[in-house]
Design a protein around this ligand. Structure first.
Ligand code: SAH
Ligand code: SF4
Length: 343
């Protein structure tokens, strides 16, 4: 029999499970608090009776991540983690320090099946989805390792969160729960390559998170050549879904645009981008493309990047260039895992 992943359980689910084991309601609340605070050893849970611990060891497991590698930037303290999961798979996470607090960038899948040409995470396809508990564990492991409290989360690591929809939604509920990590949904960003069908579903939850949409090109021809998902849902369908999302949630949308030299950095691209974003309350986040050894994509030079940004601003779009953090530990997302797998 498969053991139950109790760290992924919502309060009501844990209550039901413990009620079936003959336990009172308050016991579930006690256990939930331990689990969500990142305690993974039942024996350390001082107020849980020994008999229940034995039963739980039999029926359940507590997911955690183990630090396999840790790279800390000497420039700004950014820490990049390679975590090992219970089944020996690897994922990556990054801890960043900002003026307003600590942000963790978490992975949502082992690998990714979306196959974007510039991204190291998807090079070998999807291995498996992460559970909600494995997403939470990336946060508590970083907190424990650094003796800090994380205030913001971005779902921008390895994987496509909307391709792991149910677990991502479960994670959002757990992480924002007051009795859990209590990180408000307004402090969480979810980045998607544009799985339109699931984005429509996400809208119905009306979570006050920030939605980041990886746009990367204003023309279908270019976008399809670097992002296969565009062949299924083209730019106009994607932007219609964004408008609808915004109508319901009233939240500003953030568009990610990785600038790749000679691919999507022309003046024409900037002007067209401004045109297609008209009427959407948004912000464009320009990311100089991170070089990945397996492809030949390069970032444009500084001047070109600034020129692109200025053109957007001149055409009425709110745009900034993403600040580079941890430049001295620069390994694009997905690369540490690849190195670990290749030994
Ligand atoms: N799958 C989701 C979230 C993870 S990727 C998505 O695609 O949005 C997080 C962000 O990093 C995305 O905007 C993605 O396009 C970008 N990204 C991936 N590889 C990159 C690279 N080599 N250079 C710059 N940005 C990259
Ligand atoms: Fe997957 Fe996002 Fe990388 Fe595309 S950019 S392969 S969707 S992780």
């Amino acid at each position: 029999m498969d053991k139950t992943d109790i760290r992924s359980m919502l309060p009501a689910e844990l209550e039901r499970m413990l009620a079936d084991m003959g336990q009172p309601k308050f016991r579930a609340a006690q256990l939930y608090r331990w689990l969500q605070s990142g305690v993974t050893d039942l024996d350390s849970m001082t107020d849980i009776p020994a008999k229940l611990k034995l039963e739980l060891k039999d029926a359940a497991y507590i997911a955690d991540v183990k630090i396999a590698r840790r790279l800390e930037s000497a420039l700004d303290g950014t820490v990049k983690y390679l975590y090992e999961l219970c089944d020996g798979e690897y994922i990556e996470s990054v801890l960043m320090k900002y003026e307003h607090g600590y942000t963790v960038c978490i992975s949502t899948q082992v690998g990714c099946r979306m196959g974007c040409g510039f991204c190291a995470s998807g090079l070998n396809g999807l291995t498996r989805n992460l559970t909600a508990s494995e997403m939470c564990a990336q946060i508590t492991a970083a907190q424990r390792d650094n003796g800090i409290r994380v205030s913001n989360v971005v779902m921008m690591g390895m994987g496509e969160p909307l391709d792991n929809f149910d677990n991502s939604v479960r994670f959002l509920r757990l992480v924002s729960d007051k009795a859990g990590l209590n990180i408000g949904l307004r402090h969480i960003s979810l980045s998607t390559s544009g799985v339109v069908k699931k984005k429509k579903k996400l809208k119905d939850y009306n979570f006050p998170i920030t939605l980041s949409v990886s746009l990367h090109a204003p023309y279908d021809e270019i976008r399809s050549s670097i992002m296969p998902v565009n062949r299924k849902w083209g730019i106009s369908e994607l932007l219609n879904a964004c408008r609808e999302y915004q109508r319901v949630t009233t939240r500003r949308i953030s568009f990610e645009y990785a600038l790749i030299s000679g691919v999507n950095d022309s003046d024409g691209c900037a002007r067209r981008l401004a045109e297609i974003l008209k009427g959407i309350m948004c912000h464009v986040n320009l990311i100089p493309a991170n070089p990945v050894k397996e492809n030949s994509f390069k970032k444009p030079d500084r001047n070109k990047i600034n020129h692109f940004k200025e053109l957007l601003i001149k055409n009425g779009v709110n745009a900034t260039v993403r600040r580079t953090l941890g430049a001295d530990i620069d390994a694009s997302c997905g690369q540490l895992r690849k190195q670990a797998k290749e030994g």
